[in-house]
Ligand binder design. Sequence first.
Ligand SMILES: O=C(O)CCC(=O)C(=O)O
Length: 255
Amino acid sequence: MALSGAVHGFVGYIGRGPCPCKRLSSWKFFKNCSIPWDMNTPLDLNGVTVWKGLLDRDAQENIVAALRILAEAAPFRTYLTPGGKAMSVRMTGAGPLAWVSDRSGYGYAPLQPDGGAWPEIPACLFDVWRQVAEDAPLPDSCLVNFYGEGTKMGMHQDRDEAELSHPVVSISLGDEALFRVGGRKRGGPTKSVWLASGDVAVLSGEARLAYHGIDRVRFGSGTLLPKGGRINVTLRVAGAYSSRNSAARAPERSG
Ligand SMILES: O=C(O)CCC(=O)C(=O)O
């Protein structure tokens, strides 16, 4: 299957070196756009903060290397929606809790669908979190989305976490993707931006519950993943350490 080939291409990729995530200070120009943009000033997309080019190539390669190890312990899977439809984006996770979906609903699970433990969240992802969400507790959940050719993610809210006041940090790697953000209610006006490899979006404050999704991916547009595709890493505080851990599912879910 082409998709699994692409996932294997990603899994087979090895990066090297430390995790030098850094905020650059130079001015850049958007592709196909003449508006200069200061990399120290994030974009505001209906309240969602988008840090363009936050992660340099070394940082991106280090994250991909860490995700390769993660995916060996927790392979990418195709989840079903509660309605029984297969999602086009393949997913895996890490942390004490990871997001899952099947016919019984969306939520967080302490174990993989086959019963294995989720791997730990790679340290370099905490470095990214600290850069953009330093006042929030560290995330206890990491969702890794792999977008192959022709995949997308419909507009949705992130609201399966026990505590909805903590930010969601979303890292883009690989091919470019059209990211759409609306308001806290479905429908209504939206704004969109093409996310490139190394961009980081933060949903916080009023925009923590903003509807958002990926309209499409420019498959093959990036150079980070040798066989193309896009990886999105979403870090959240799901509530593993919360006394009100109502979002976590029982471990004995069926796969
Ligand atoms: O792929 C993205 O940039 C968005 C991912 C997302 O919205 C999610 O995992 O909830």
